[in-house]
Design a protein around this ligand. Structure first.
Ligand code: ADP
Ligand code: ADP
Length: 223
């Protein structure tokens, strides 16, 4: 269970990106829907402990993550909106390196986990290819594999389907549904279909505030 209480953030330029945001997020897929500039990325980076809020509290299963970020980081997977990959490195090798950075020191366990994630994301066939040559959809699926290294209990995904064509988006939806069965997933998006098709709970964010919160089948009709 993730509990966000009265989270606020004002940037140095005066923009109030988060204005007393409170949310309770349980198991399954949670959708954070909002237009550009709503504060989604700011909230996602704050949850990923990459940025500090001015005020507020975040509890994950009782652990205060702003006070003890290193405790959460081990349980956390984060797929940022734009992530870079090293060109010239095969997918399987890149995942292996990233697994080492995540602290998976046992070579055999690492290889097992990397293979399982390549299978899960349907990238096993292309594991020896350079990730920088992947299509947008393949790259996003690789991003999920990367974020799931170390078996996190919380997965934060920022605008993952932006720019994907319908078929790739569909594949990505299937992947997230599967992942959402065992991991708490928070998905930020400006695409209504993402939350309608995937999420069991959602909130609408605009101007740094939560406008509505509830079940997609009820809320999406009101949009
Ligand atoms: P979203 O992800 O919903 O598009 P963001 O969290 O990126 O929203 O942005 C919320 C607001 O904060 C926007 O007005 C944006 O321009 C501003 N903002 C985001 N990051 C910064 C930053 N590092 N410095 C100043 N303003 C920022
Ligand atoms: P988006 O609005 O598409 O969600 P992001 O919030 O991911 O974009 O912003 C990309 C990068 O630019 C981030 O590092 C963010 O901190 C920075 N940024 C975004 N908006 C501003 C802004 N108004 N002023 C300064 N930096 C910004």
């Amino acid at each position: 269970m993730l509990t966000i209480s009265r989270l606020s953030k004002r940037y140095a330029n005066g923009v109030k990106a988060l204005d007393s945001v409170s949310l309770s997020i349980g198991n399954g897929l949670f959708g954070l829907l909002g237009p550009n500039g709503a504060g989604k990325s700011t909230l996602m980076r704050t949850l990923a402990t990459l940025q500090e809020p001015d005020e507020g509290e975040i509890l994950f299963d009782g652990c205060n993550i702003l006070a003890e970020p290193q405790r959460l980081r081990r349980q956390l997977g984060y797929l940022p909106q734009d992530f870079g990959v090293y060109p010239g490195v095969p997918a399987v090798q890149l995942l292996d390196h990233l697994a080492v950075l995540k602290g998976l020191t046992h070579r055999g366990e690492r290889a097992e986990q990397v293979d399982a994630l390549l299978q899960l994301t349907n990238l096993y066939e292309v594991r020896k290819k350079d990730v920088s040559t992947f299509s947008g959809g393949m790259k996003q699926r690789f991003g999920i594999a990367q974020a799931l290294l170390g078996s996190p209990r919380l997965l934060i995904v920022d605008e993952p389907t932006a720019g994907l064509d319908p078929e790739e988006r569909n594949r990505f939806h299937n992947l997230l549904s599967e992942v959402g069965e065992s991991v708490v997933v928070i998905l930020s998006t400006h695409i209504v279909e993402d939350v309608r098709d995937l999420c069991s709970k959602m909130a609408i964010l605009a101007g740094g505030q939560v406008l509505l919160e509830g079940e997609p089948e009820r809320l999406v009709e009101q949009l």
